[in-house]
Design a protein around this ligand. Structure first.
Ligand SMILES: CCCCCCCCCCCCCCCCCCCCCCCC(=O)SCCNC(=O)CCNC(=O)[C@H](O)C(C)(C)COP(=O)(O)OP(=O)(O)OC[C@H]1O[C@@H](n2cnc3c(N)ncnc32)[C@H](O)[C@@H]1OP(=O)(O)O
Ligand SMILES: Cc1cc2nc3c(=O)[nH]c(=O)nc-3n(C[C@H](O)[C@H](O)[C@H](O)COP(=O)(O)OP(=O)(O)OC[C@H]3O[C@@H](n4cnc5c(N)ncnc54)[C@H](O)[C@@H]3O)c2cc1C
Length: 661
């Protein structure tokens, strides 16, 4: 990229960067070699001509866009397969996926959840049967859980799998409209298999929801099998190429061994054997929630790169009347909008790496029959997924707004990035629902703290707070992290006390919970924020980097801490010993941090190392040729391929002529 002829503003910005951009790229990638491998892989993918679109996708019809996405998905699969064989390299498909599809791949659910569920929920025999076929794409699948009537409350799913011991089969049925599967990616027209999550019935008795692997289309003709009703759900706010679909069964039989039986089992005679913990059936969701925190980092870095580069190139208005128009990046309000995006991407990445390690440790424990840490992992993954996805959505939208009118152009790519980022707030567990899951855990932890029990590490601050809730406020990063824990502990206590108050007033526990649920949700959010602050600050101070880079990383981490303290200063005033003077000091600190980060802003987004092909943006390309690209892209509009459009003769001219009469 270094040899590209760049906009002079960007050249100047890059020259004043105080740290080595390559050092940060290597740090993000996990080493110099990892960067080399990543770049070689991306170079290979983006030099494949067939993966490049001649006409921008937005001009294609819904159907053509889907077919184009499938075409590219198959080419990408072949290229990746060859590449992996040749170089023994496991690529990050999500990064290049944004480049190839702009949006998401119709195989997203095959890779993200179908294969993962076979691994996570299948016995070794079942894995041997289906995994090689799924990994080779001999079969293509999705994860079909959500129904028209139920998504969040999965115990309420209506799809039935009734065991027939005579034939040793399950009979799948969707007797009601609300029981139809609705949403699964790839289901519309792409997949031939799915994991169907259904209510198991044996001899008229319900045994809860279980996962089944089901072939729904003929492998040769792709026709739905008899007893299967399947289709696509139509256009959405984003995820246009994900091919989300619907599905229903009528007396559709599958062999007994198609129930994934790593946890619970159904024996030939219909005996149900319970698993170690019925919640392990929800395992794929926990894994994907962890992954979504990483995805939030990537999505935020896409938007930040586009908006920061654009803001360095764009000049508008003046700070001083007699001086030239300034780069909009020099407005401190613009820095306020954008630098939190850069900082958030780093925070999400660090927290993702921490959460992934916890996830892998719990999986190791489970393999040995130990499940003590599962509730903590579930609670942590739920609240972090909820808060990171919501933050990422807000930050991406703020970046889009920070690009003014041009941020509204599809060619900026910001509307699309917003479309797939905001979906993460809902899928894989709607935000409020997940926050309330964490709140259940927090209330239990609070009770345990009151009883003097030892708490799990992520909530041990509740016991500390009980011992001393009067800690003196300190305007240091460590002091702020403590402050976030105080806010979280104060909110958990307040929510708990509110439940108790309603119970004393004669409400039963469930009603008291519902009445207190706004507070519970906020307590859960505060808990999540305290984890984000503690973990990200901890990761940064442990980072080994050159002094220049370390200084910048600390500035970003501090910016995140101070930004959120100021954003939630009301909570700090209520639940900590912060004073108005401390808040004034933090405001000053915030302005200092914005000024310190300003010269490095372009270097920082360059260090996300997102190629132009991945950014897909007229505003965010490395060379900063913003206006040229906006015009070049506009000229691709089909309306610009003719000097006079047929509608003139058909409608406009008659209208004008009628007006003359
Ligand atoms: C700069 C660049 C940086 C780069 C960084 C790196 C980038 C890396 C990128 C990585 C990207 C990876 C991305 C991966 C994305 C993959 C793509 C996938 C695309 C996905 C598309 C969407 C798919 C879907 O949406 S599938 C459907 C998902 N559906 C849901 O999530 C439903 C939500 N509902 C539920 O989960 C449940 O119903 C729930 C939990 C709300 C309630 O369940 P239930 O009613 O049964 O339980 P409760 O009665 O409330 O609780 C009982 C008890 O059980 C506990 N519990 C519940 N769930 C679990 C669980 N999963 N595990 C453990 N325990 C659980 C609960 O806490 C209760 O415990 P108590 O002790 O009784 O309190
Ligand atoms: C882009 C996209 C892709 C998807 N892909 C898939 C897929 O591949 N496979 C699949 O199975 N599903 C998929 N889904 C479905 C997704 O998982 C669900 O939409 C999601 O879990 C939310 O459930 P819901 O739609 O039932 O929302 P609802 O639960 O109906 O939410 C509506 C409102 O009710 C509130 N609410 C619900 N329950 C409670 C409660 N207990 N307490 C308080 N408030 C509550 C929520 O907070 C929300 O405000 C996808 C969804 C989207 C948007």
């Amino acid at each position: 990229m270094a040899n590209v002829k760049c906009n002079p503003d960007l050249v100047r910005e890059r020259a004043k960067c105080s740290f080595d951009v390559n050092e940060l790229i290597h740090l993000i990638d996990g080493g110099e070699n990892a960067t080399k491998e990543k770049r070689h892989f991306e170079e290979t993918i983006f030099s494949v001509k067939e993966l490049q679109d001649a006409v921008p996708e937005e001009y294609l019809s819904h159907k053509d866009r889907y077919e184009n996405a499938v075409r590219k998905a198959t080419i990408l699969r072949d290229v990746c397969r060859e590449y992996m064989k040749k170089y023994n390299y496991k690529p990050n498909r999500f990064r290049v996926g944004h480049g190839v599809f702009k949006d998401v791949s119709p195989f997203l659910l095959h890779d993200g959840m179908f294969v993962a569920t076979i691994i996570g929920q299948g016995t070794p025999e079942q894995q041997a049967e289906w995994l090689p076929k799924a990994e080779n794409m001999q079969i293509i699948g999705t994860y079909a859980q959500t129904e028209l009537g139920h998504g969040s409350f999965i115990r309420g799913l209506e799809t039935r799998a009734t065991y027939d011991p005579k034939t040793e089969e399950f009979i799948l049925n969707n007797a009601t409209l609300s029981s139809f599967k609705w949403w699964p990616g790839g289901l519309g027209s792409t997949v031939n298999h799915c994991i169907v999550v259904a209510q198991l019935f044996i001899n008229g008795k319900s045994y809860g929801i279980q996962p089944f692997i089901v072939q729904i289309r003929d492998l040769n003709t792709h026709k739905p099998l008899p007893g299967v009703k399947v289709g696509e759900i139509g256009p959405k706010m984003g995820f246009q190429t994900a091919n989300n679909g619907f599905l229903g069964f009528e007396n559709f039989r599958i062999p007994r061994m198609n129930m994934l039986m790593k946890n619970a089992q159904v024996l030939k005679d219909g005996t149900f054997v319970k698993g170690m913990n019925e919640k392990l059936t929800y395992g794929t969701m926990v894994m994907v929630r962890v992954g979504i925190v990483g995805d939030c980092s990537l999505n935020t870095s896409l938007a930040a790169t586009i908006a920061v580069r654009y803001s360095a190139v764009r000049h508008q208005s003046k700070i001083k009347a007699k001086e030239p128009e300034v780069q909009i990046l020099d407005y401190v309000t613009q820095q306020h909008k954008l630098f939190i995006a850069i900082a958030s991407s780093h925070v999400f990445r660090n927290v993702y790496s921490w959460l992934s390690k916890s996830y892998l440790n719990v999986m190791k424990d489970l393999a040995q029959g130990k499940q003590d840490h599962l509730p903590e992992l579930h609670a942590t993954a739920c609240c972090l997924k909820a808060v990171c996805s919501r933050d990422a959505g807000s930050v991406v939208e703020e970046c889009r707004l920070a690009c003014g009118g041009h941020g509204y152009m599809t060619s900026s790519n910001l509307p699309l990035v917003y479309g797939f980022t905001i979906a993460t707030v809902t899928y894989e567990g709607e935000q409020t629902v997940l926050l309330l899951q964490t709140a259940r855990y927090l209330v239990k932890a609070w009770l345990a703290a009151l009883q003097g029990k030892v708490l799990a590490p992520s909530v041990s601050y509740l016991s500390d707070w009980l011992k001393n809730d009067n800690v003196r406020w300190q305007n240091t990063p460590e002091g702020i992290v403590k402050g976030f824990q105080h806010v979280a502990a104060g909110k958990v206590k307040a929510a708990y006390d509110t439940i108790q108050k309603y119970i004393k007033l004669g409400k039963d526990y469930e009603d008291a919970w519902n009445l207190a649920s706004v507070q519970l949700m906020k307590a859960s959010e505060a808990h999540s924020r305290s984890i984000l602050c503690e973990v990200s600050w901890g990761e940064v101070i442990r980072t080994s980097a050159s002094p220049n880079l370390l200084q910048v990383l600390k500035q970003l981490a501090q910016l995140y801490l101070v930004y959120w303290t100021l954003e939630t200063s009301g909570d700090f005033l209520v639940y900590s010993n912060i004073s108005k003077d401390d808040i004034a000091i933090l405001r000053e600190k915030y302005e200092e941090l914005l000024a310190a980060i300003r010269p490095n802003a372009v270097g920082l987004v360059d260090a996300f190392d997102l190629r132009d092909e991945i950014l897909h943006s007229t505003l965010g390309s490395y060379d900063g040729r913003v206006y040229e690209r906006l015009m070049e892209e506009a000229l691709k509009s089909p309306l610009n391929q003719e000097s006079v459009n047929a509608s003139f003769h058909k409608y406009l001219k008659p209208l004008m002529e009628k007006a003359k009469l």
